[in-house]
Design a protein around this ligand. Structure first.
Ligand SMILES: *[C@@H]1O[C@H](CO)[C@@H](O)[C@H](O)[C@H]1NC(C)=O
Ligand SMILES: [Ca+2]
Length: 329
C-alpha cells in the first residue's frame, strides 16, 4: 500500500477548494458575451472605407485609428459622438474605455458624459449636450464648480435620470439632481480606464476599472430605474477656461435580453424615464456668506475691549467721586 504523499494531499485539498465553485459555476451571473456591433465602437476607428459606420460625430471631435478625441486639451472646445440606431433591447450592459489626460496638474476640466437619451446630436450646456434631456446621463465630472466645501472629491461620477423637466445644475455639480455617485480617480494614468453601465430588470449598476487590474469595482447600484427602449447612446465632452483631452477608446454594447418578447420591447418604448429614488431637485440656495475674516474678528474684539475699558474707567471714577462726596458730608 502506498502512503499518501504530499502531492496527493495537496491535490485532494485543491479538489475540495475548487469543487464548490465548479458546482456554483452554473448559477453564476452570465458574462456579457453577446456584443452588438451596431451599438459598439471597436478599433480601428479609421481605415479603409467608412469612418465609424454606426456613429455620428460633431463639434471638435477628432477620429484617429486608435481613439476618438471628443475635445483636445485646449480651451472652449466641445465634441460629441452619437450612435445611429435606437436601442431595442430591454436589458443591456455597456463598457466604455476612455482616457482623460492633459497638461494641467491642479486645474483641468470639465469632464465628459455618457448618454442614453431620446435626443441625439443636440449641443448644449451639459458637457456639450442638451439640458432638459430625457433619459440617463452618466457624468464623469473632473472639475468642481462648487465654491466651498463639497461632500465629495473630484473627479466624481454621478448618474442622473431626467424626464425632460429638470435642468442639470453645474454650480452644484449636479448633486441636487443625482441618483447616486462615487469618487473616481481616472485622470492622467498611462493605461486605459473603463466604466461599466449595466441596466437589467430596472436595476442600474455602475462599476469602474481604473487601476488596470482587469476587475470591476462597484460605484453604485440603484433599483427601480425606468428607462424606455428606443433611446440612443452618445458621449460628449467640453472644456472651458480649463481643459483636458477627453478620449474614447472603445464602446461595447452587450445584449442581456434572454426572454424578452417583442411586445414588451414595444411597450417599453412608451414609458417616461423615471427613478423611484428620484426626488424633485432641492431649491438652489445661495451658499451661506463666507465667515468673517480673522482681521475683522480682531477689530471687533478690540472695539469691545476698548468700550468695556472706557465704561469701567467711567464707572470707577463716578463711584470714586460719589464716595469722595459722601465722605464730605
Ligand atoms: C417629471 O417628473 C416630475 C417629478 O417626478 C413630475 O412632477 C413631472 O410631472 C414629470 N414630467 C413628465 C413629463 O412626466
Ligand atoms: Ca463640474
Amino acid at each position: 500500500m502506498t502512503k499518501p504523499t504530499r502531492e496527493h494531499c495537496s491535490l485532494a485539498l485543491l479538489a475540495l477548494l475548487v469543487a464548490p465553485f465548479v458546482v456554483l459555476g452554473e448559477d453564476m451571473p452570465r458574462e456579457p458575451d453577446y456584443m452588438k456591433r451596431e451599438h459598439s465602437l471597436v478599433r480601428p476607428f479609421q481605415g479603409v472605407g467608412v469612418i465609424l459606420p454606426h456613429w455620428d460625430f460633431l463639434g471638435n471631435t477628432m477620429v484617429t485609428s486608435n481613439y476618438i478625441r471628443l475635445t483636445p486639451d485646449l480651451q472652449s472646445k466641445s465634441g460629441a459622438l452619437w450612435n445611429y440606431s435606437p436601442v431595442m433591447t430591454r436589458n443591456w450592459e455597456v463598457h466604455v474605455g476612455f482616457k482623460v489626460h492633459g497638461k494641467g496638474t491642479e486645474l483641468f476640466g470639465d469632464g465628459f458624459a455618457i448618454w442614453y437619451t431620446k435626443e441625439r446630436m443636440q449641443t448644449g450646456p451639459v458637457f456639450g449636450s442638451k439640458d432638459h434631456f430625457s433619459g440617463l446621463a452618466i457624468i464623469l465630472d473632473t472639475y468642481s464648480n462648487h465654491n466651498g466645501p463639497h461632500n465629495h472629491q473630484h473627479p466624481y461620477l454621478s448618474a442622473m435620470v431626467n424626464n425632460g423637466s429638470w435642468s442639470y445644475d453645474h454650480d452644484r455639480d449636479g448633486t441636487h439632481t443625482q441618483l447616486a455617485g462615487c469618487e473616481v480617480r481616472f485622470r492622467n494614468v498611462e493605461y486605459e480606464t473603463l466604466v461599466s453601465i449595466r441596466y437589467e430588470n430596472d436595476i442600474l449598476s455602475v462599476s469602474t476599472d481604473l487601476e488596470n487590474r482587469n476587475e470591476w469595482k462597484n460605484c453604485f447600484v440603484v433599483a427601480n430605474v425606468e428607462l424606455p427602449t428606443g433611446y440612443h447612446f452618445g458621449m460628449s465632452a467640453t472644456t472651458g477656461d480649463l481643459s483636458d483631452n477627453h478620449d474614447i477608446h472603445s464602446f461595447k454594447f452587450y445584449d442581456l435580453d434572454l426572454n424578452v418578447n417583442h411586445d414588451e420591447i414595444i411597450r417599453r418604448s412608451n414609458i417616461i424615464p423615471n427613478a423611484k429614488t428620484f426626488e424633485p431637485p432641492r431649491e438652489h440656495k445661495e451658499d451661506p456668506k463666507p465667515g468673517m475674516s480673522n482681521a475683522k474678528i480682531f477689530f471687533i474684539l478690540l472695539f469691545v475691549v476698548v468700550v468695556a475699558a472706557a465704561v469701567a474707567i467711567f464707572a470707577i471714577s463716578y463711584f470714586k467721586d460719589r464716595n469722595a462726596r459722601k465722605r464730605f458730608y
